[in-house]
Ligand binder design. Structure first.
Ligand code: BV8
Ligand code: ZN
Length: 255
């Protein structure tokens, strides 16, 4: 497959190669080429509901069955999905050089699977919004991996805690909930020390996650963006590649 080696890609490659430390921030767009729907795409995650309505503690308190139905469906699509060329190129690149911090807003676990696939398991991704593949108890401190199919047919069949039998919830950050302090703190520290910031597939609308890229830019990092559409970050980018992640990211990062 001939990749577009343009002056833009050349400029973006130089910005990334010359930075001792690079902060990478990804969003749903990097997983679109794995067949996973984005939040705001035209075929949006859920036609009938906006994520801002379903991905909230209020929605879960009001109707845990409906919220689990949505997350159970999303988990099944994630389990069937594969890391795509963008996830794999990122994992290889992070394994080949030092100073890469990978921060994701995604809860699909595809960065971790991509790292496993290419054998760079030492490269971990900072998951700002948690993971679909983990649950936490609404009643006790239990939090653990959970990949079983969810039977959301009735409140009785919803997943229950292995210790206290309390109702489990997806271990993701909902709107109105604070992000894990350690993950956000680490992401912000690394953003402030980065010489370059690579942002892939995010509409950069949700905070404080989008603020990680802004922190890098205001600390002087050169911003490279990969997105099929312009975003609020585009004006701050030295290069914004209007391309699909699965095409542009390998062109940017492969030796
Ligand atoms: C917080 C996990 C405070 C769950 C997610 C009013 C009321 C309440 C809150 C707020 C409010 N106004 C603002 C807020 C804050 C709110 C917020 O930012 N709201 C937005 C809507 C304005 N933020 C919060 O609530 C956060 N918490 O503020 O808490 C607090 C503090 C202390 C104590 C108590 C409380 C929590 C936000 C986290 C929500 N959880 N996800 C789940 O997944 O179900 S957010 C979710 O949407 C994602 O994780 C991501 O972060 C976000 C945006 O999605 P993207 O990843 O960017 O995807 P999107 O579809 O938007 O865009 C895809 C992009 O890819 C597009 O640009 C597209 O062009 C591009 N693309 C598509 N295909 C491709 C591509 N690019 C390349 N290649 C392709 N093939
Ligand atoms: Zn419990």
């Amino acid at each position: 497959m001939t990749r577009p080696v343009s002056s833009e890609i050349h400029k973006a490659r130089a910005a990334l190669a010359h930075a001792p430390r690079v902060l990478v921030l990804t969003g749903a767009g990097i997983s679109a080429d794995s067949g996973l729907r984005t939040f705001r795409g035209k075929e949006g995650l859920w036609k009938r509901y906006r994520p801002e309505e379903l991905a909230t503690p209020e929605a879960f308190a009001r109707d845990p069955r409906l919220v689990w139905e949505w997350y159970g469906w999303r988990r099944s699509t994630v389990m069937e999905a594969r890391p795509n060329a963008a996830h794999l190129a990122l994992a290889r690149w992070a394994g080949r050089r030092s100073g890469v911090s990978l921060v994701t807003q995604n809860v699909d676990g595809l960065h971790a699977r991509g790292a496993e696939d290419v054998g760079t398991s030492n490269v971990r991704s900072i998951e700002l919004h948690g993971s679909l593949l983990r649950v936490r108890c609404t009643r006790c401190p239990e939090r653990y991996g959970h990949r079983e199919p969810v039977d959301a047919a009735s409140p009785e069949t919803l997943p229950k805690c292995r210790s206290c039998r309390g109702l489990l919830r997806p271990d993701v950050v909902w709107f109105g909930e604070p992000l894990p302090a350690d993950a956000l703190g680490e992401a912000m520290d690394r953003a402030r020390r980065a010489g370059a910031c690579l942002v892939v597939g995010t509409s950069a609308r949700v905070y404080p996650a989008a603020g990680v890229a802004a922190a890098a830019v205001s600390a002087g990092a050169r911003l490279v963006e990969v997105n099929t559409h312009p975003t609020p970050l585009t004006p701050h980018a030295v290069v914004s590649l209007r391309a699909r992640a699965a095409e542009a990211v390998p062109s940017l990062l492969e030796p």
